[in-house]
Design a protein around this ligand. Structure first.
Ligand code: ATP
Length: 445
């Protein structure tokens, strides 16, 4: 484990206890490396995706969205090179039979039992299935291993319908599937995951400087999400590790508890894909440049990020344990997820001090008022179970930025208490000014 970082077990257990992530098919003993996002997990995940969409589609004038199908014509994957090249080197241990990815091993023998390993076989990572009732090679289709090909094959449709001029980008997010040889480290490497990809088309010759610009834009986005920049680094791929389509690739890596790991790749895919699909289909996949009166096949820069890995980096980065003193002077530990308000699964929690009717009537009314005020589009939770101390702890642990506490004085003085997660500061505010106070403290969510 790296110094100062929280261990994976702590995060996994918080995720299960508080409804962020559950093992898939758990009551059947689980399915290896497959996870279900719980009620709070789906909120955090949706907030990450919404932030990406807001930043890279809505805020810009040069990028549009797309949602293409997961199943595509099988020739797409032949022409893109995935059938031939999208594989990892597989080795088996002849003693314990465990499988390994040869390029991830540090020694020539099995890391578990030191047994001898077989020769390398290339194992294709694409999941193959069949379309329709007859199972033969003519009905074979693949679950997409990246969303990018859906963008390339729609290049002409999107460019023409949206009257786009170079440079422009097409953004898409959605599920991808890879039959990974080795999985693990919680949601870091799974066989079903979600990607957020942009194919940004430029004039050939402008590709290298655009590549650098995208690295900067994404570094800024990660720091806006609240990830400490000391825990991020850029790693350039060596020529020998480049994917079959790439001229250059830089990864953005996060310092996970087991070491640095990729959360996003930014690749220069040149005109590889458009040329290949154009050659195969006979369709002109090019841009007509009015100034030079020439057809250009654009180069493409591809920032490709994994939602699940970003989700995990955000949880690890926002996790804090703090010593606090209790009301009876003892010391205690509080766990707090210091998530930005934009990402927090629950934005505001309304907490009446007691379940007595006089208080719950007022608290319900306040709850409704906050929900309908438009001050946030996220969840405003109502919680009247357990002691107020325990309720604050739970809200801290799931990252709720603001709690609104209603006590018996509220009935007469028409004020409530706002409690802030990070500082634990409490202020008394008039109910008439409550939504404005929440608005000021939540910002843009
Ligand atoms: P790795 O080297 O870790 O296998 P990769 O280089 O194959 O990753 P890319 O093809 O660049 O990954 O995919 C883009 C992003 O998709 C990655 O940065 C990562 O966030 C995510 N991703 C890729 N494979 C997985 C996986 N098996 N599980 C979860 N996320 C993944």
């Amino acid at each position: 484990m790296l110094e100062d970082s929280v261990d994976l077990k702590t995060i996994t257990s918080l995720c299960k206890r508080r409804g962020f992530l559950f093992q898939s098919s758990e009551i059947y003993g689980g399915l290896a490396s497959t996870w279900d996002y719980g009620p709070l997990g789906i909120e955090l995940k949706n907030n990450i995706k919404a932030s990406w969409w807001r930043n890279f589609v809505w805020s810009r004038n040069d990028i549009v969205g797309l949602d293409s199908a997961i199943l595509m014509h099988p020739d797409v994957w032949k022409v893109s090179g995935h059938v031939e090249n999208f594989s990892d080197p597989l080795v088996d241990c002849v003693s314990c039979r465990k499988r390994w990815r040869e390029d991830q091993l540090e020694s020539k023998n099995c890391p578990d039992c030191d047994g001898e390993l077989t020769d390398v076989r290339l194992f294709n990572l694409m999941f193959e299935t069949n379309m329709g009732p007859i199972k033969d090679e003519n009905s074979s289709v693949y679950l997409r291993p990246e969303t990018a090909q859906g963008i390339f094959v729609n290049f002409e449709n999107v460019m023409k319908s949206m009257r786009l001029k170079l440079p422009f980008g097409i953004a898409q997010l959605g599920k991808a599937f890879r039959n990974e040889i080795t999985t693990g480290n919680f949601i870091f490497r799974t066989r079903e995951f979600e990607m957020m990809e942009i194919e940004y088309f430029v004039n050939p010759g402008e590709d290298e400087q655009t590549h650098l610009k995208w690295l900067d834009d994404f570094k800024n986005w990660y720091s806006d999400l609240g990830i400490n920049s000391d825990n991020l680094r850029i790693r350039e791929h060596k020529k020998t590790e480049l994917a079959h389509y790439a001229k250059a690739t830089s990864d953005i890596e996060y310092k996970f508890p087991w070491g640095w790991g990729e959360i996003q790749g930014i690749a220069n895919r040149t005109d590889y894909d458009l040329q290949a699909h154009s050659k195969q289909t006979g369709q002109k996949l090019s841009y007509f440049d009015e100034k030079s009166s020439k057809h250009v096949v654009p180069y493409v820069i591809e920032p490709s990020a994994g939602v699940d890995r970003i989700f995990m980096a955000i949880l690890l980065d926002s996790y804090h344990e703090e010593d606090v003193s209790t009301s009876d002077g003892k010391s205690d530990k509080r766990v707090v997820l210091k998530l930005s308000s934009e990402l927090a699964p629950i934005k505001v929690a309304v907490l009446p001090l007691s379940r007595k009717d006089v208080l719950s009537n007022l608290a319900n009314q306040i709850h409704q008022e906050i929900k309908s005020s438009g001050v946030t589009t996220g969840i405003v939770e109502y919680d009247d179970s357990q002691s107020i101390g325990k309720r604050y702890r739970r809200q801290d642990e799931i990252g709720t930025p603001i709690c609104v506490t209603i006590d018996f004085d509220s009935i007469d003085d028409k004020c409530v208490t706002l409690r802030f997660r990070d500082t634990m500061e409490q202020i008394r505010v008039p109910m008439s000014n409550l939504t404005e106070q929440i608005r000021l403290n939540l910002k843009n969510v």
